[in-house]
Design a protein. Structure first.
Length: 129
């Protein structure tokens, strides 16, 4: 039975997005990963590639050392869910993020996210990742 390469390809596109957007700050590479339309569900980001670019430029200016590490990716059909550790300033605990992307024809076309700051102390030893 043939394996479906779409989820694997979509996961790679999302990995490429994180690397280009946050670690390399290569906004031209990011724009090549975005579809003809880009619907944004984060209320701090405008729709479209221009809205995304504006947010990424703001993050680059405010947090030039920002780095992200993708801890896990889950993919099904046109959706990829990412569990990500973002650190805006080296030495800080950072933020745990769940991003949901919808892809069409291998391009990012829609995005949702949930962010949670990682606390200094926890009531358990399980960690957030």
């Amino acid at each position: 039975m043939p394996t479906d390469s779409k989820p694997a390809s979509n996961k790679q596109t999302v990995l490429d997005f994180y690397e280009a957007a946050f670690n390399n700050k290569d906004f031209d590479a990011v724009s090549r990963l975005i579809g003809d339309r880009y619907t944004q569900h984060n209320p701090l980001i405008a729709d479209g590639v221009d809205g995304l670019q504006a947010r990424l430029r703001h993050l680059k200016d405010a947090f030039p050392a920002l780095r992200v590490e993708v801890k896990r990716l889950l993919a099904e059909d046109d959706y990829v869910v990412a569990h990500v550790h973002a650190v805006r300033v080296p030495g800080q605990h950072g933020t745990a993020i769940i991003d949901i992307f919808k892809l069409k024809d291998g391009k990012l076309v829609e995005h949702w996210d949930v962010l949670q700051e990682i606390p200094e102390e926890a009531l358990n030893q399980n960690g957030m990742f």
